[in-house]
Design a protein around this ligand. Structure first.
Ligand SMILES: NC(=O)c1ccc[n+]([C@@H]2O[C@H](COP(=O)([O-])OP(=O)(O)OC[C@H]3O[C@@H](n4cnc5c(N)ncnc54)[C@H](OP(=O)(O)O)[C@@H]3O)[C@@H](O)[C@H]2O)c1
Length: 212
């Protein structure tokens, strides 16, 4: 599958590596591809402008700061967004590290700005290492999906499986409104990271014991 990632940071690079290894044709979209191509951490990646990444991808991925994502996506020709799956991983923070979307979510904001695009929020509850290496955890964790379009979520499930997330680990929360839960989990994420001294953890939904 052709994947156009928007962003060149930790998340974009980790996902580009993971999906390229799984056989996908991946490019990273930068606001300044020529300058960014000089950066050591971007050697070996295919770097293009954001608009080009939008044209390249059958699937687009938002890996930009949540406060900048809607503006960042404006560099893509609207025709290259219409009807496409946009996997959104962003979480927005203010300069004071408060949630930038406290009664809302970035996922909903992007879906409202681009009603013809099929937005699916996922991977926002783990760090960039665990995103692409869930096997680094002691046991299975849960990864969440939120989105209004069932087919778009099915495609996203396949892309998650390509990163090592088995079907049993994937939990569909429902419509894009449920992206709030994934994004607002960032507060607990930071608390847990502080408490255990690592970002490299996952969480697992433990269902009730079935009556025997
Ligand atoms: N890091 C994690 O483990 C993690 C986990 C879960 C969710 N997230 C979320 O995923 C998103 C990406 O995280 P990240 O760690 O990859 O972030 P990052 O390292 O800061 O990279 C973000 C990238 O977005 C691009 N960008 C576009 N507009 C921007 C703007 N106005 N200001 C700054 N950068 C801009 C930049 O690429 P160019 O300069 O090349 O355009 C930049 O490299 C964020 O929303 C974050 O909250 C991150």
């Amino acid at each position: 599958m052709r994947i156009g990632l928007v962003g060149t940071g930790n998340v974009a690079r980790a996902l580009a590596t993971g999906w390229s290894s799984a056989g996908h044709d991946v490019v990273l979209g930068s606001r300044s591809p020529k300058e960014r191509a000089e950066a050591d951490e971007l050697k070996g990646f295919t770097l293009v402008g954001v608009g080009e990444a939008g044209a390249h991808g059958e699937v687009l991925v938002n890996a930009t700061p949540g406060t900048a994502s809607v503006d960042a996506l404006k560099e893509i020709d609207p025709a290259d967004l219409d009807g496409k799956l946009l996997v959104d991983i962003g979480v927005g923070f203010t300069e004071g590290m408060e949630l930038s979307h406290p009664n809302y979510s970035l996922g909903e904001e992007i879906q409202a700005a681009y009603p013809e695009t099929r937005v699916v929020k996922t991977l926002a509850t783990v760090d960039s290492v665990v995103m692409t290496d869930p096997g680094s955890l002691e046991g299975p964790a849960t990864i969440f999906l939120s989105g209004d379009d069932a087919a778009a979520k099915e495609t996203t499930k396949g892309l998650l499986a390509d990163l090592g997330w088995p079907d049993a680990s994937q939990l569909d929360l429902g419509g894009i409104g449920t992206a709030r839960g994934q994004e607002h989990f960032a507060l607990l994420f930071m608390g847990v990271a502080e408490a255990i001294g690592s970002y490299g953890f996952g969480i697992r939904v433990v269902p009730p014991r079935t009556a025997s």
